[in-house]
Design a binder for this molecule. Structure first.
Ligand code: GCW
Length: 703
């Protein structure tokens, strides 16, 4: 034991000497370790000079704290923050259009033209001194600007001639937590909930503030604290007081708190006999409850609601519409400027719907224009349910008179939980760039979100109370990427990956290029080893981790693999063209024509839209069966390649995180191989095809 301790101690000293301190991932991308490049370090120290942050408020205190912590760490010396400029080189933060400092640097006019949360970062020379001005009309914008400035140093950019103007494209950039009051997290794979409801409001976990810092650093400005499968008690006074305490910690970081609400709350919590929106007592109940919330949380954002979906109560229980339900809640929130985010995630049993992909459009299109002005309809990225790859949801661009926000899933419910490395930025980019043809060619999903009267986007969080927040050190990249993309950044996935890698793993050239390369194709790899060519929903029904392609449940076919792939001896795929369910008909004609046409349909979505013979020859030159086999194999090969890549970083990243990622990669390989084998074997029992040369011998499906 003694010897072991000594070895550990020696090892830590060696690691420290080599610049690799022990890491546990809890600092996320805000590590602020000293810059190793000596020349750059010297240059930055001269350029930064002193830090000037004038004024006093909780947000300005947060800015001061972050700049002090960040710059002291990066520059390896205690960087004091002052309130007055002393004619030295300085980083100067200004959070108002009226400050005297603004006059000094001559940016007042430009600043006045910027919107809320926007900021600029400018290099200005004054009296022969370099000033780096981070300025915004709002404190929140100044905070984002300060984080941006820190990021420039973290990613080792040139800071001598800065001319940056940033403005978010979407107003509400929210993380949805599917966290329950008992501390469990639905589809959470990183420990328990971050929110310690049993300790609140008396005790405040220091991680709340770190969470706020992380979110603010990537421009997120809202958090839904609790699960969309909402318990009425969440709105009980005691719990609201706890939520108010969390709101207090998050507020200085520009983050507003939202809650989910159970539609039946007036009954289940309020003791009324009905929650019917036409009942004045039910309406009154919501008004009173909302007033109470605002008395505790003055900047409360509003409610996220899952209604008449997967067994949750809703207005249809009273033969009323989603609009009737949403508008009742919206009416209560309107005087306080709160919003309702009403989810469009609805589907029925297969007795009603032969294709569940169509349900949301069928229910929500007739309601276009009927929602109150403070209601969003929150639409999942695709029409089924957070599958590894889906076409964009047909409601994007179709709802013309309704505010629409997008819902993405950061937590890897269907993509290997916190075991697999799956970098989701390319998936979200594909979504945002999809052409809806809503106003002619070139109206992307992001364009439709931006054009919405209220604008917003939500991501289902992957953070829990694990030390490294996300379970997998690489899963932090998805939280990071979501924030950067929600802001509306035009960065490519590669650029986001590079930023994150430099901030999280360091700027060693080999580390940067290797991690970036691993991330780059990891989503496509997961699609390939789980559900390639447009296959979807063939996972097992509980945990959504393993494959289960072969089931067909009599009572709930919509939860069975077969419902989605319809494989038989002749062919495979879901016919969603006019000869089938005609789900393509829900898209703009140009999009529908592309998806419906066998030649034009992208191979990645082929079996989503078409049922074809196993021998149908694709543009790739392979038959469908050959293509399936080769894609499953390519997915597995990618994981093997990531193992080799990671191994090449041994000694270049800290031991703890190195080993943890290595172990996870081994599990990912088992996971990927299992998917490939189970799926190909199953399909082979159906199509009776011979094994293929395309697959390596060990993996060849046997007849
Ligand atoms: O995909 C399903 C998940 C449920 C989730 C639901 C939803 C919160 O399996 O766990 O419930 O989607 O989005 O409402």
């Amino acid at each position: 034991m003694r010897v072991q301790l000594n070895i550990t101690a020696v090892l830590s000293i060696l690691l420290l000497a080599g610049g690799l301190r022990a890491e546990d991932g809890h600092r996320l991308w805000l590590r602020y370790d000293q810059i190793q490049d000596r020349q750059l370090l010297k240059q930055y120290s001269l350029q930064v000079g002193e830090i000037v942050v004038a004024g006093d408020s909780p947000t300005l205190t947060a800015i001061r704290g972050e700049l002090h912590r960040g710059l002291s760490g990066l520059l390896g010396q205690d960087m004091s923050v002052v309130t007055n400029w002393k004619q030295k080189s300085a980083v100067m933060v200004i959070a108002s259009t009226n400050s005297l400092l603004m006059e000094t640097v001559g940016l007042r006019q430009e600043l006045a033209s910027l919107g809320d949360e926007a900021y600029l970062i400018r290099s200005v020379t004054k009296d022969n001194r370099l000033l780096t001005v981070v300025a915004s009309p709002t404190e929140a914008g100044a905070l984002y600007g300060a984080f941006h400035f820190l990021r420039l140093l973290q990613t080792q950019q040139n800071i001598s001639n800065l001319n940056i103007t940033e403005q978010p494209k979407l107003q509400r950039r929210i993380l949805d937590h599917w966290d329950n009051l008992d501390g469990t997290v639905e589809r959470g794979y990183a420990g328990k909930s971050l929110w310690k409801w049993s300790e609140l409001p008396g005790m405040l976990d220091p991680r709340y503030q770190d969470y706020a810092r992380a979110c603010a650093s990537i421009g997120l400005n809202g958090v839904v604290l609790n699960n969309v499968n909402a318990k009425p008690e969440q709105l009980a006074t005691d719990n609201l007081k706890k939520a108010a305490k969390l709101a207090e910690v998050l507020r200085p970081y520009g983050i507003r708190v939202y809650l989910t609400a159970n539609f039946a709350s007036p009954k289940k919590l309020g003791g009324l006999w009905t929650a019917n929106p036409t009942d004045p007592k039910a309406r009154r109940w919501w008004k009173d409850k909302v007033d109470e919330i605002y008395s505790l949380i003055p900047d409360f954002g509003g409610f996220l609601m899952k209604a008449n979906s997967e067994g949750q109560p809703g207005p249809q229980d009273y033969k009323l519409t989603h609009a009737d339900g949403a508008n009742m809640i919206a009416e209560a929130l309107a005087p306080h400027d709160g919003v309702v985010m009403w989810r469009a995630f609805v589907y029925n049993s297969s007795k009603v719907d032969k294709d569940r992909a169509k349900r949301a459009y069928l229910e929500f299109m007739p309601l276009d224009g009927k929602f109150a002005t403070n209601v969003f309809v929150q639409v999942k990225n695709g029409p089924i349910d957070f599958q590894p790859r889906e076409p964009f949801h047909p409601l994007f661009g179709a709802l013309k008179k309704t505010s629409v926000m997008a819902e993405c899933e950061i937590t890897q419910e269907n993509m290997g939980h916190s075991t697999d490395i799956v970098f989701l930025a390319p998936m979200w980019k594909e979504l945002f760039q999809s052409d809806t043809f809503a106003n002619g060619r070139g109206t992307t999903v992001m364009d439709t979100l931006e054009a919405s009267p209220l604008t917003g986007i939500a991501g289902v969080s992957n953070a829990g109370d694990d030390t490294n927040w996300c379970g997998h050190d690489f899963a932090q990249a998805n939280w990071y990427a979501f924030g950067r993309l929600a802001w509306g950044s035009n960065l490519s996935s590669d650029q986001i990956a590079e930023e994150w890698t430099r901030m999280t793993w360091g700027s060693d050239a080999k580390v940067v290029s290797t991690v970036e390369a691993m991330l780059r194709g990891s989503w496509e790899a997961c699609v390939n080893y789980e559900m390639p060519l447009g296959l979807h929903h063939i996972m097992e029904g509980g945990g959504h981790y393993d494959p289960k392609p072969g089931t067909l449940s009599r009572n709930t076919p919509e939860y069975s693999g077969w419902y989605y792939h319809k494989a038989d001896v002749k062919g495979i795929g879901f016919d969603r063209t006019a000869t089938g369910s005609d789900a393509v008909g829900q898209y703009a004609p140009e999009v529908a024509a592309r998806f419906a046409n066998l030649e034009a349909c992208p191979p990645e979505l082929f079996l989503w839209f078409h049922h074809v013979s196993w021998d149908y020859r694709l543009k790739t030159g392979h038959t469908v069966w050959e293509e399936l086999c080769s894609r499953y194999q390519a997915g597995v090969d990618y994981v093997k390649e990531m193992q080799v890549q990671w191994e090449s970083l041994r000694g270049k990243v800290d031991v703890d995180r190195f080993e943890s990622v290595q172990t996870k990669l081994e599990a990912q390989l088992r996971h990927a191989t299992n998917w490939r084998d189970v799926c190909l074997r199953y399909f082979q029992t159906v199509n009776h095809k011979q094994g293929l040369k395309l697959l390596a011998d060990e993996t060849q499906p046997k007849n």
